[in-house]
Design a protein around this ligand. Structure first.
Ligand SMILES: *Cc1c(COP(=O)(O)O)cnc(C)c1O
Length: 394
């Protein structure tokens, strides 16, 4: 019999009833160290006092009004994002997937308004993940996500990761935009080298193509910069944001330059909930913390510490782990045994990690993780690795 909850997830038999910082308490009382943070969502950890305060204050005042009216909380968050980034304007969504929808629509509308309505194709990359809507699965293109869901939305072409020649050859006057994650998340924590991101920007400039960056997972301070593309010293034309921006409240955003967004006039797009006062009040508070240079510097310092310790873990368990990859607090351990075995062993040792493609486990803790919590994380990962190694044929 089908469960009352549609069974589209393989769920672990764990029920968390409360959280504080990087800690989650299971119904049976066990305390788990959370290195997944809701898949890079709980940027400030669980039940951060400032977020709880802002949320409850706003909840007592006003939850929702339609976008038919002015929403000061929305304007405040948009102003903060515009001040801190390349963008001139922001549209708020409830998720990363919806951000993908608008990014695609905006790119196509841009060329339509410029008198090039045939310029509609979007180039994406193998291993990409942009969400689960019809546009987002067509963008990613993998059989795992698209099988059985035909007809797919046309106009997307996936290119091999890192094949510059294939890329240059694919760009012609039918291409509206390139869509790429600066660090693939679901794809297995694969950072695009800064030189490649610079090269893509140049290719876009030379051909007039728009550059859409999907920073849903790697943005909002996760790499030690507010947005990952800042490391390469470039700026996109359109950027998708979600996950960390709400700190656990469902919130996403599309950021764009004035010119790129110029086709999106009144009536061309909308969202009932997008940009509601509750979500935006929380997002504004998240920004207040994450956009602070001192906070970002701390992310950088702690990520160096965590990475060094993970390198040590890999060195002491060469039968379990192959390497560490990623940047900032967006790290991956490439496994030599099935990654799900390592994740499960972590459950037994009360530490949460998240599997990804290419047999990787993801380490995406709250950006507020402390040094002693990093040390404790390593103790638990070490025990998990021993547990996995013990079952290994000698
Ligand atoms: C999670 C994710 C999405 C989709 O976001 P949802 O909020 O789940 O719709 C899109 N792009 C990337 C890179 C993601 O990690």
């Amino acid at each position: 019999m089908i469960p009352s909850v549609l069974p589209t997830y393989n769920r672990a038999d764990l029920t968390f009833v409360s959280g504080s910082g990087v800690w989650l308490t299971e119904a049976d009382g066990r305390r788990f160290l959370d290195l997944g943070a809701g898949i890079a969502v709980n940027a400030l950890g669980h039940a951060h006092p400032a977020l709880v305060r802002v949320l409850t204050e706003q909840a007592g005042r006003l939850w929702h009004v339609s976008n038919l009216y002015m929403i000061p909380e929305q304007e405040a968050l948009a102003d903060a994002l515009v001040d801190a980034t390349f963008a001139d304007t922001v549209f708020f969504t409830n998720s990363g997937t919806e951000a993908c929808e608008l990014a695609v629509k905006m790119a196509r509308k841009y060329w339509f308004e410029k008198g090039q309505p045939d310029r509609t194709r979007i180039l994406t990359f193998e291993g990409a993940f942009h969400g689960r809507s019809s546009a987002a699965i067509a963008a990613a293109g993998s059989e795992k996500m698209t099988k059985g869901f035909a007809p797919l939305l046309p106009g997307f072409t996936q290119l091999p990761w890192g094949d510059h020649d294939a890329f240059r050859a694919a760009i012609d006057k039918t291409v509206a935009a390139i869509l790429i994650e600066p660090i693939q998340g679901e794809g297995g924590i694969k950072p695009l080298p800064d030189t490649c991101l610079k090269g893509l920007r140049k290719l876009c400039d030379d051909t007039g193509t728009l550059l859409i960056l999907d920073e849903v997972q790697c943005g909002m301070g996760r790499t030690g910069r507010l947005f990952a593309h800042e490391w390469a010293g470039i700026a996109p034309d359109i950027m998708m944001v979600a996950k960390g921006i709400g700190g656990g409240f469902p919130l996403g955003a599309v950021l764009a330059t004035e010119d790129t967004a110029s086709g999106m006039t009144a009536g061309t797009h909308g969202s009932t909930y997008g940009g509601n006062p509750l979500g935006c009040a929380v997002g504004r508070e998240v920004m207040r913390h994450v956009a602070d240079p001192a906070f970002l510097a701390e992310v950088g310092r702690k990520s160096a510490l965590l990475r060094q310790k993970l390198e040590g873990l890999v060195a002491s368990h060469p039968g379990v782990f192959e390497s560490v990859r990623g940047t900032g607090l967006m790290l991956g351990l490439v496994c030599r045994v099935p990654n799900t075995d390592v994740v499960r062993a972590g459950y037994a040792e009360e530490v949460l990690t998240v599997p990804a493609a290419e047999n990787v486990i993801r380490i995406l803790p709250a950006l507020t993780i402390g040094d002693d919590e990093i040390a404790e994380a390593l103790t638990r990962l070490e025990r998990a690795a021993q547990r996995v190694a013990a079952h290994e044929p000698a």
